[in-house]
Design a protein around this ligand. Sequence first.
Ligand code: ADP
Ligand code: MG
Length: 276
Amino acid sequence: GEGLPRPEQTRVIVVANQKGGVGKTTTTVNLAASLALHGGRVLVIDLDPQGNASTALGIDHHADVPSIYDVLVESKPLAEVVQPVPDVEGLFCAPATIDLAGAEIELVSLVARESRLQRAIQAYEQPLDYVLIDCPPSLGLLTVNALVAGQEVLIPIQCEYYALEGLGQLLRNVDLVRGHLNPTLHVSTILLTMYDGRTRLASQVAEEVRTHFGDEVLRTSIPRSVRISEAPSYGQTVLTYDPGSSGALSYLEAAREIALKGVGVGYDASQAHVGA
Ligand code: ADP
Ligand code: MG
């Protein structure tokens, strides 16, 4: 990796948007791989019972594999479920198996049901620069656990009609969790995904998002790219599947922005490797 400043403390970034299909999982795995390629140590926590992030990282997650379910419901140490991601040095994954679908209900009756993930991460002893949590498309107890565990929320937004609809509910939940359970939580990053600058609608929505969120919106947006959507079926991120593609370069650039923002270094878009 080219090497970027590493954060002084582990940054726990929650990738959330209760809408499905906006690019949460794609963003989680490709940003994580990019941060690792830039020299960081990165853990992806797959918190979606679908296990799409685990699949995309080439991580075995059939029903018997120790998983984040065991961590949340059975109090198994996180270290016992984490697997190294093949082909990407410094990248690790805590997989999700199908039992996680039941966790939403099982958690309800457990002690400290909102903070089980936070405790597991705090007890994890291996050094990490970033933890990226891939949330399910809902605002239930799994997402609440992620919001309690994190400091930052990253919201991927697909530039289409209704893009902002429903975001109010997520933002209210972030406020509630900040007020009651996790005072450090804030929306740090908005990332425009599947962006097609040739369409009027996409550029209108992008403008609306930038007006609404200002500096939290990354300069880099992620283009719609067939290579990005093909990579998961090979158990790879686009960073190893097609490292020179526009999708790979844009995720590397987004990762660079995030890393620089984290250490308070202003981001100079004129230095960008790909267009924003
Ligand atoms: P979510 O996790 O929010 O449900 P996904 O990351 O699974 O969303 O993305 C939804 C679908 O869109 C997937 O099929 C994925 O491969 C595809 N996709 C995501 N980002 C891109 C992109 N930049 N270009 C093309 N396809 C994309
Ligand atoms: Mg997903």
